[in-house]
Design a protein around this ligand. Structure first.
Ligand code: NAD
Length: 455
């Protein structure tokens, strides 16, 4: 028969390493596998399918074909301008030196200095950082602010480190990348597990190295260190403006609009608080331990107090506990993923019952799920628009630093509202003109702006 060999796990890994997943999938057509090996293939397939940079490029290709993007510009937009990989030696409290790996991806600076957060997480990969830097370029262009796309990350679990170790790591990262950043070159900011305090250490280290003040080198700083009013809740506030505009388009009345929010961290909890103060009915929220649901609507201030005390929203008295996956499939008007990447996939998209999805998280929906949601008639407000409030107020912070100004919270909110409402309506009109989904429409507008300046 010739095809009846049973390959062992090492062999599979070897093929995957050398030739990628396609080779393994090809092999499966003529080989018998043990259950363990089949499982390994499934894991590899998931890993391959959910590669964030692969997903980002599929989104770019889709927009490029709709707008007939010039091939040369398309080619340039397929790779970052530069990706720095650095080793950061850190003296731990024990006296031992540990070396951490960090990245900074500078994707595109056609519209202005590279801009994007720095993530501290044990799952950081170079592909993730590249994808996030690409989405930052698209995001800034979608809301039409004069910044490009960048992103950084360090493979580390900061929760296992002392404050002193995190400070030495943060300063060490800047010592490795300082020549490539600056308020006119590349402006980092906080992201997952990085804080305003970390930004303050980074700014201090940068200024020591260049020998002059440059407060605009980093955003997301504490207010007393040059930060902007309103930055703390700006991502959620931008998402709220999108929900408000969407409600107008879809004839939804706040008091009759039900909302489920996945994730009760910075973005999700502020979203819950602001929407609830505007009269929306928040029926479900979740965190990493699980979800809670109340048909009558949750008292968000009480849930927040409960979470502060118990560290989780689960077991909040008088409501139903749900599994995290169940929250995503609730019959609500608006679903807000505000936690992780790749949570709406081809596995569960068919079961989504929400009329609209507003992506506060980065990359929560895979391209396959996008297609399924579109077929089902679900309106999806994409991350590059829905969570752009954060980078918009970062832009305000940078602008204030460069001009030596400090704006009031009312000023910040007024400017943020105008930018978000204009961008929402611009993307909506593009969607109507081309008969496409809102993500592709946002990409079309963003790429048009970048390409217009590159030509
Ligand atoms: P965060 O760490 O403050 O909160 C994340 C929340 O998600 C936590 O409540 C955590 O318990 C919860 N969570 C983790 N795993 C979960 C799971 N399996 N199911 C349900 N909940 C889970 O982070 P954040 O700053 O709120 O960021 C959340 C998302 O929003 C990320 O994708 C981030 O990139 C994106 N985002 C945030 C900002 C910002 O300004 N904070 C800006 C743009 C985009």
């Amino acid at each position: 028969m010739g095809c009846n060999a049973i390959l062992q796990e090492e062999k599979i890994r070897e093929i995957y390493k050398k030739n990628g997943l396609q080779a393994i999938l090809f092999s499966t057509s003529c080989l018998f596998f043990t259950q363990d090996v089949q499982y390994l293939m499934l894991v590899l397939k998931r890993k391959y399918m959910s590669n964030p940079f692969g997903n980002a490029m599929k989104q770019l290709d889709k927009a490029a074909s709709i707008m007939n993007l010039d091939n040369n510009i398309h080619e340039v937009l397929k790779q970052p301008d530069r990706v720095l990989t650095v080793s950061i030696p850190v003296k731990m409290d024990s006296g031992e030196v540990k070396v951490f790996t960090g990245y900074r991806s500078q994707f595109n600076n056609t519209l202005g200095p590279y801009k994007g957060g720095i993530r501290y997480h044990w799952n950081v990969t170079i592909d993730e950082v590249k994808a996030l830097s690409f989405w930052m370029a698209i995001k800034c262009a979608t809301v039409n602010i004069p910044l490009g796309g960048g992103k950084g990350g360090i493979i580390v679990n900061p929760k296992e480190m002392s404050e002193g170790e995190v400070e030495r790591l943060s300063r060490g990262y800047i010592q490795k990348i300082w020549r490539n950043i600056g308020s006119d070159k590349d402006v980092p900011a906080p992201d997952v597990y990085t804080t305003p305090q970390i930004m303050a250490w980074m700014r201090d280290e940068y200024e020591k190295l260049v020998g002059h003040p440059d407060p605009g080198v980093i955003t997301g700083k504490p207010i007393e260190d040059g930060g902007s009013e309103g930055r703390g809740y700006s991502t959620a506030q931008g998402g709220v403006y999108c929900v408000r505009e969407l409600a107008k388009k879809m004839d939804m009345n706040p008091s009759e609009t039900t909302v489920a929010i996945q994730g009760f961290g910075n973005a999700g909890s502020f979203m819950a608080k602001i929407l609830s103060s505007l009269g929306y009915k928040i029926v479900a929220v979740s965190d990493s331990r699980g979800a809670i649901f109340s048909e009558a609507g949750l008292d968000i201030a009480a849930v927040e107090a409960f979470k502060t005390e118990t560290k989780s929203v689960t077991d909040f008295p008088g409501v139903k506990n749900l599994r995290n996956e169940e929250l995503l499939e609730l019959d609500v008007d608006v679903l807000v993923p505000a936690a992780l990447e790749n949570v709406i996939t081809d596995t569960n998209a068919h079961n989504i019952k929400a009329k609209a999805v507003v992506e506060l998280a980065n990359g929560p929906t895979t391209p396959e799920a996008d297609e399924i949601l579109k077929e089902k008639g679900v309106i999806l407000v994409p991350d590059v628009l829905a969570n752009a409030g954060g980078v918009t107020v970062s832009y305000f912070e940078w602008d204030q630093n460069v001009k030596g100004e400090h704006w009031t919270e009312a000023d910040v909110l007024e400017k943020l509202e105008k930018i978000m409402v204009d961008a929402f309506n611009d993307v909506w009109e593009t969607k109507e003109t081309y008969g496409i989904d809102m993500r592709t429409a946002a990409f079309v507008r963003a790429v048009e702006r970048i390409a217009g300046k590159m030509e």
